[in-house]
Design a protein around this ligand. Structure first.
Ligand code: FAQ
Length: 330
């Protein structure tokens, strides 16, 4: 179903007076701040765009476990290991809430996963970068979860009820993740010279990829206009990127670390930081499948999917047997 819907994507925003009465009534509900629920009528484009965004968000949470999962066995203390393990498990939970939210729109989790594995759906660019040192666990928590929160807090007010409600819990957990990342950075930045160097190196490598998480600049954003009209997105990509920079630069200063951008400076007139654009060629390359870890990440997902086939088959056979015996699924 989703594959057919993708083909009919349109990017323009239809003016209210060109809408048919049903679409117009729908838009007026959105404008009034109503929540749209699964059984409500919705335009195909709204459904399709939500499936795309929620599905890609779910895939990001699941694939996002891999860069940190890489460090669970090498965490420096038992406490750090337990914390990292809990964080990675939280990301799995976020993926599940989001797949469930997408399922309410008529697409199955299997179908979404198949689209991911076939390269027809994306996941966040950030997870195609390697995690090379323990300091990267700090940078991922501080910067990647920090960017995720900046993007997701407004989504708690998104127009689609199941998505908005999933976001409430996800944001609470992401806040804990961000704090644990900052805590690792504090330890490293106030540690030995070698540890401080590792923290700076992690910031150097993760700064621009974190800025890319907010998507292309507004002029190149395909979906923003319609998504904002439907309150699927609450802010533009550039607005959130700016807020992230304004929030994060003082945190880097507090850590005694240097943001790797020679053009970064406070602008008294705008009351915001001026900063360099990320390398957009690199961004488009990464989201086209050519980032440093794209192949590795997708192969790992595929392996996990194939290895789990016997569990899914067993569960389905069990459910079918219970159904044939007239026992309700639990
Ligand atoms: N990576 O027209 P726009 C996390 C694609 S969760 C890859 O501006 P849109 C938790 C975009 O899909 C992180 N692709 O798109 C965690 C579109 O291509 P399409 C994920 C990207 O949707 C932390 C094309 O470019 N968060 O980190 C990216 O309006 C730590 C044109 O772009 C969400 O998904 C990108 N960065 O705006 C887990 C939040 N940016 O689909 C583990 C919800 C853009 O037509 C550890 N999503 N593209 O083929 C959103 O808010 C939006 O979807 C944006 C992109 C803002 C990501």
């Amino acid at each position: 179903m989703y594959a057919q819907m993708v083909k009919s994507t349109g990017h323009g925003v239809k003016p209210l007076d060109e809408m048919d009465p049903q679409e117009r009534a729908f838009q007026e509900r959105i404008d009034a701040g109503d929540k749209i629920e699964p059984k409500d009528w919705m335009p195909d484009g709204y459904r399709k765009n939500l499936i795309r965004q929620i599905g890609q968000h779910a895939h990001s949470e699941i694939v996002g476990q891999l860069p940190e999962g890489n460090w669970i066995t090498r965490a420096p203390t038992l406490e750090r290991k337990a914390i990292l393990l809990a964080k990675v498990q939280d990301e799995a939970g976020h993926g599940l809430y989001l797949y469930c939210a997408a399922e309410t729109l008529g697409v199955s989790r299997d179908e979404l996963t198949r689209m991911l594995l076939d390269g027809k759906m994306k996941y966040s660019s950030i997870f195609n970068y390697p995690t090379l040192t323990w300091a990267d666990m700090g940078a991922v928590g501080w910067l990647v979860d920090g960017a995720a929160i900046m993007n997701q807090v407004p989504l708690q007010r998104t127009s689609y009820g199941p998505y908005a409600r999933a976001m409430v819990r996800i944001c609470k957990e992401e806040s804990f993740h961000q704090r644990q990342g900052f805590d690792i950075m504090m330890k490293m930045a106030n540690g030995t010279d070698a540890q401080k160097k590792m923290a700076q190196d992690a910031l150097n490598r993760f700064w621009f990829p974190s800025l890319m998480m907010f998507g292309p600049s507004d002029k190149d954003s395909v979906h923003s206009a319609q998504s904002m009209a439907w309150r699927i997105k609450m802010n533009t990509n550039d607005e959130l990127r700016q807020k992230f920079v304004d929030q994060t630069v003082p945190q880097a200063e507090y850590l005694g670390l240097t943001v790797p951008d020679p053009d970064l400076r406070w602008n008294d007139e705008t009351g915001q930081y001026d900063f360099s654009e990320p390398n957009w060629d690199e961004f488009f390359d990464v989201i086209s499948g050519n980032g440093p870890c794209n192949t590795e990440r997708l192969n790992t997902r595929k392996q996990a999917w194939d290895d789990g086939a016997w569990v899914r088959d067993g569960m389905l056979a069990h459910a079918a047997k219970r159904k044939s015996q007239g026992i309700a699924a639990q």
